[in-house]
Ligand binder design. Structure first.
Ligand code: PHE
Ligand code: ZN
Length: 849
């Protein structure tokens, strides 16, 4: 029999907890199949609560015994936890439960990964460890005693005692249960230290499995840079004697900010030049920073409830993006952030999974760790900073930390701080949190011989459950260029608040060329019809690196769209502009590499759909292939010189500068491969002294269908390194021709090294299949069927990852009737599978709705 439909949880139903916690003491007696967890929790009534009923969350727990103030009791076990009769006054709860870490394939709660114990509690995993009020507005200091034969026993806070076979940790900072962590196993540490701005010495340890020591140095440096940056830029100092990071191979997400004991997916922390690409290094630096920054934005100030998730995630992403921009200057990181935003968040916002940055309801919170909560949440904060200015932003943040340290807060608390610090009314700005969807911004212009007027119209398509939208506050950073390319009006922030609004620049000597939405000052879709010549002009002259890049991308998009819809593409203008851009040595290699890339096929599909054209993934792919070939032929004469220019003479360093050179070298190699059939790529594969060039060359060989030998050599060399083998799996699927993608993925699932229980490996195959747009959407429907099969298989083992993968189907309404029917059938099949998890059930239900 199927369970009743899971109930939605509503923000409007929030009620404060009946009971608060003064103190938590936990004892773990570790055993793979039967770990005992003893808890001693001191409760006090919450004066602000509406009642005294006592409920503790608990799932997959075997209750051995429980007592209140020392007297044994028999609690009533109910759905999702237990209830008990307790005194109407402070009391001590004690319980002993048994759990089975080895059986835990969901990777939530306490589980075993490669023989090592670790935990994941966000969002609601602590209730799989012991009975507890598992909600973020219940904060308490924890003392944890761990007993077990493992040589390393870790938990949050400072080490306070240890002996043979046990260790005790004390975390003095009150925290919600989702920040609890425990690790035990055979681990080795890279050790370092950091002196804080007030002169306190903090021990830093990065724990890995023996054999991975050589991959720890980069993340340790990133950690120290992050600690310094947070002091310098936000005035935030670290607050314990020790900060630890542990690398774990089985992990659902990138990493987790547990207080003083961050747990990382190995892919988000381990790095070496031999095994990691430049993109890996950049991502690791960003994630180390992100988790560290959570210590203040997330841990010291946490979320009242999960509807406030973006309070910590949007802010912390914004902080890590700012950090990356400081570590890797030149404007390229902003372009990369926007590419990611468009690729993931705009896609989400324009389909059935669109939701608010602060949702009103959810069924399974794990489904809301989304690009909207994270990346759009960060964009909203970036806009806020643009609107109030840098100094007022810093004042507001100082007030936020002063006012709310130690509290569990709401997004409204956050906005109030800005209102109080700046005197601004943010009622309209708040719509960014409450209205789902991506605003469209149409622009027209008027020139009367002396005055130049820009008129903007904003409108937002309906999203699920929200048909009517109100106008938003949109900061539109705009500059004007004169006919010779000089900047005649520097960047000015136009503050749009109406549905339609005009802004006039007076007294100009000649009709200017506008550079609108500089730095991507708002997460909107800007529609501005303009000539190829003007786009080329901006690509050549814009002083804003983002808009310079954007002009080239818009031109490439114009070409592709025209090729697909059968109009005359502005090909000559595009090729000429590209060549000029590449010759401009004032532009960094990193910028030139990004400007050489074509817009993604998924982006083209969405643009066609917006223009009422049903996208055909095969035609989009063919157009992109044709255009790449045209580019290669047009640039033919320049390629050897560019390739030579990009050779890095110095020893490998994972700097932004070297990464830029390698990125350009690989863009050039891709074009060269179209002309020489893979000769240069084969040579590069042989001689590459680092993973970036090696993997890039392998990709070119696979594109040229000459990858067999290289693949075999790669596997022979790297079979012992799981993270590199993930790349080996992923590359084959990403670079498979559309008609072969599903078959390639399916064949890889039969490889002895495929392991569906390992999220990284599962994603390496199926995340890659979803990324190969023409392959996933191949008319045969094989991509859809294969993914549905594997979601159904994975769901009972790891519902979080199964649910996440189902978002590959979120764009289905864009496509033709045949594809829609195939996808609907795949989704219905998932939906009908027995005992489908709440996670996947909610996702599939929302996609189908
Ligand atoms: N809170 C983590 C982060 O953003 C992400 C995460 C969520 C990890 C849920 C695990 C589970 O850094
Ligand atoms: Zn985070």
């Amino acid at each position: 029999m199927k369970d009743a439909e899971p109930q939605a949880i509503r923000l409007a139903d929030y009620a404060p907890p009946n009971w608060l916690v003064n103190e938590v003491q936990l004892t773990f007696r570790l055993a793979p199949r039967a770990t005992r967890v003893l808890s001693r929790i001191r409760f006090r009534p919450n004066p602000e609560a509406g009642g005294r009923a006592f409920f503790l969350h608990g799932e997959h727990l075997k209750l051995i015994r429980a007592s209140v103030d020392g007297a044994e009791i028999s609690p009533r076990l109910v759905d999702g936890g237990l209830e008990a009769d307790v005194p109407d006054a402070p009391f001590t709860w004690e319980a002993e439960v048994e759990i089975d870490p080895e059986a835990n394939t969901a990777l939530e709660g306490l589980y075993l990964s490669n023989g090592m114990y670790c935990t994941q509690c966000e969002a609601e995993g602590f209730r799989r460890i012991t009975f507890y009020p598992d909600r973020p507005d219940v904060m308490a200091p924890f003392t944890v005693r761990i007993e077990g034969p493992e040589p390393v026993l870790l938990s949050n806070g400072n080490p306070t005692a240890s002996g043979a076979g046990w260790a005790e940790w004390t975390d003095p900072w009150p925290k919600p249960a989702y920040l609890f962590a425990l690790v035990a196993g055979d681990l080795v540490a890279l050790e370092d230290s950091f002196t804080t701005m007030s002169g306190r010495e903090v021990t830093l340890k990065l724990w890995v499995r023996p054999g991975d020591e050589h991959k720890t140095e980069f993340a340790m440096e990133a950690l120290k840079k992050s600690m310094r940056w947070d002091e310098e830029v936000y005035g935030r100092e670290y607050d314990l004697d020790i900060f630890q990071i542990v690398a774990v191979s089985d992990f659902n997400m990138g990493a987790m900010e547990n207080k003083g004991l961050n747990i990382f997916n190995t892919s988000a922390v381990l790095a070496s030049p031999d095994t990691s690409t430049d993109a890996n290094f950049e991502r690791i630096e960003a994630i180390v920073a992100h988790e560290y920054f959570h210590n203040w934005t997330g841990n010291r100030i946490t979320c009242r409830d999960w509807f406030q998730l973006s309070l910590k995630e949007g802010l912390t992403v914004f902080r890590d993006q700012s950090f990356t921009a400081d570590m890797r200057p030149g404007g390229v990181s902003r372009i990369e952030d926007v590419m990611a935003l468009r690729g993931r968040q705009f896609r989400e916002d324009n389909g059935p999974l669109a939701h608010q940055v602060q949702p009103d309801s959810f069924v399974e919170i794990n489904n809301f760790y989304t690009a909207t909560i994270y990346e759009k949440g960060a964009e909203v904060i970036r806009m806020l900073k643009t609107l109030v200015g840098d100094a007022a932003y810093r004042d507001a943040l100082d007030l936020y930390f002063a006012r709310h340290d130690g509290e569990a807060c709401t997004i409204d608390d956050w906005l109030k701080v800005f209102e109080d610090a700046t005197g601004r009314d943010l009622a309209q700005f708040r719509l960014w949190y409450k209205q789902a969807g991506t605003p469209r911004l149409d622009v027209t212009e008027d020139w009367d011989g002396a005055n130049y007027t820009l008129t903007f119209r904003q409108h937002m398509p309906a999203t699920p459950g929200q048909n009517e939208k109100k106008p938003m506050v949109i900061p539109i950073a705009t500059g004007l260029l004169g006919p010779n390319g000089d900047e005649v009006v520097p960047t000015t922030v136009l503050e749009m608040t109406e549905a339609e609004q005009s802004f006039t620049f007076e007294g100009l000597a000649a009709r200017p060329v506008p550079s609108i939405l500089r730095g991507f000052s708002a997460p909107v879709i800007l529609n501005r019809e303009t000539s190829p010549e003007e786009r080329a002009f901006l690509l050549a002259h814009d002083t804003d690196p983002f808009n310079k890049w954007e002009a080239g991308r818009a031109l490439a998009k114009d070409v592709l769209i025209a090729m697909i819809t059968g109009e005359e593409p502005p090909l000559a203008a595009y090729l000429g502009a590209l060549a000029a851009m590449l010759r401009d040595e004032g532009q960094s290699p990193a910028f030139r590499a990004l400007a050489l890339r074509l817009p993604g096929e998924d982006d083209i599909a969405q643009t066609l759909f917006d223009a009422n054209v049903t996208p055909d993934p095969a035609r989009i792919h063919d157009a992109a292939e044709t255009l790449r070939q045209e580019v290669a032929e047009h640039l033919q004469d320049m390629l050897p010189r560019l390739a030579a220019e990009c050779v890095v003479a110095e020893p490998f360093a994972p700097t932004g500068e070297q990464a830029g050179q390698r990125a350009l070298a690989l863009e050039v190699l891709k074009l060269t491969t179209r002309l020489d059939g893979g000769k240069a790529a084969a040579a590069m594969f042989e001689s590459a002294g680092n993973m970036t060039l090696s993997l890039g060359a392998l990709g070119c060989l696979l594109d040229a269908e000459k990858g067999e030998d290289a693949l075999a050599a790669f596997a022979a060399k790297w079979q012992g390194d799981a993270l590199v083998m993930d790349k080996w799996f992923m590359m084959q699927v990403v670079h498979a021709a559309p008609e072969k993608a599903a078959a390639t993925a399916e064949a890889l699932t039969a490889h002895p090294a495929f392991n569906m229980k390992n999220p990284n490996r599962f994603r390496a195959v199926f995340g890659a299949l979803a990324m190969n747009a023409a392959g996933f959407h191949h008319a045969s429907g094989k991509g859809y069927d294969l993914l549905a099969d594997w979601i159904i298989r994975l769901d009972p083992l790891n519902p979080q990852i199964a649910a996440r993968m189902s978002s590959a189907f979120e764009t289905w309404k864009r496509y033709d009737a045949d594809r829609q029917a195939q996808i609907r059938a795949a989704l219905e099949r998932i939906k009908a599978s027995e005992n489908l998890s709440r996670d996947t059930g909610e996702m599939v239900g929302r996609i189908l709705a």
